[in-house]
Design a protein around this ligand. Structure first.
Ligand code: T5A
Length: 225
């Protein structure tokens, strides 16, 4: 199974991927791989550094979309497809919906061009489920800014530095994707406390992907959603 997490800045994707991975490992006994985009493979992480530093920004959203795509091709070839072929569950922090939202809806790129690019890059490797963490963009940016004050954090990146209006378009774009593809996508209210978001994600995964739990172990006490 291939599950992607999408949403705006600071929506809680990294937090919830770690929680869902632990839950699925404990309940299903299956191997679960967590990864992220841009990145997830050595070459893609190099491209990530260039993109998030803002190096490609002067070249425009199409150049950035091509770089995200180049990173995605390597990530798919070296990590995602081999893991899926081994029967592992892959949880990915952002995937092609982020290109649609950031470079397309918010960045102004022609959606037809992006869909053709996505077709070439992703091919048949579509997510079985996409969890869209929906949050007021001002709240998400405030979370990201608070985290950036942590000495261990990476600081504010090229996309977090965009104006609130850009992030408002992003939120609408992710909601539009969810409306257009309701079988693949589920919108999760990410404005709740982390435990409540986790419970909503667990319930959604159980309802949408029952096959994952075919050989599930009984839930341990204290592990209830
Ligand atoms: N991008 C990416 C594109 O433009 N096109 C593309 O095709 C792709 C793939 C990636 C950037 O690249 C762009 C999008 C991004 O701007 P990134 O560093 O990976 O950069 O950024 P994000 O994916 O946005 O991840 P973040 O780390 O910023 O946010 P998360 O993962 O959504 O949030 P998380 O879990 O780190 O939480 C943020 C903070 O909030 C707290 C956490 O403790 C943390 O401090 N928090 C909560 N606080 C209150 N309530 C909750 N429920 C909370 N959940 C977490």
């Amino acid at each position: 199974m291939f599950i992607t997490f999408e949403g705006g800045e600071g929506a809680g994707k990294s937090t919830q991927i770690a929680r869902l991975a632990a839950h699925l490992r404990a309940r299903t006994g299956r191997s679960v791989v967590t990864t992220r985009e841009p990145g997830g493979s050595a070459k893609a992480e190099e491209i990530r550094a260039a993109l998030l530093s803002g190096l490609a920004k002067p070249h425009g959203p199409f150049a950035e979309a091509l770089l995200f795509s180049a990173a995605r091709i390597d990530h798919l070839d070296t990590l995602i497809r081999p893991a899926l072929a081994r029967g592992e569950t892959v949880l990915c922090d952002r995937f092609s919906d982020s290109t649609r939202a950031y470079q397309g809806a918010a960045g102004g790129l022609d959606p037809d061009i992006l869909m053709r690019l996505e077709h070439v890059v992703v091919g048949e490797t579509r997510p079985d489920l996409t969890l869209i963490l929906d949050l007021d963009p001002a709240a998400g940016l405030a979370r990201a800014a608070a985290r950036a004050k942590d000495a261990q954090a990476e600081g504010i990146d090229r996309f977090e530095a965009e104006a609130l209006e850009f992030h408002t378009r992003l939120r609408a774009a992710f909601r539009t994707i969810a409306e257009a593809e309701p079988v693949r996508c589920a919108v999760i209210d990410a404005g709740q406390a982390p435990d409540a978001v986790e419970a909503a994600i667990r319930a959604t995964v159980a309802a949408r992907l029952p096959a994952l739990f075919a050989d599930a172990r009984p839930e341990a006490s204290g592990d209830a959603a």
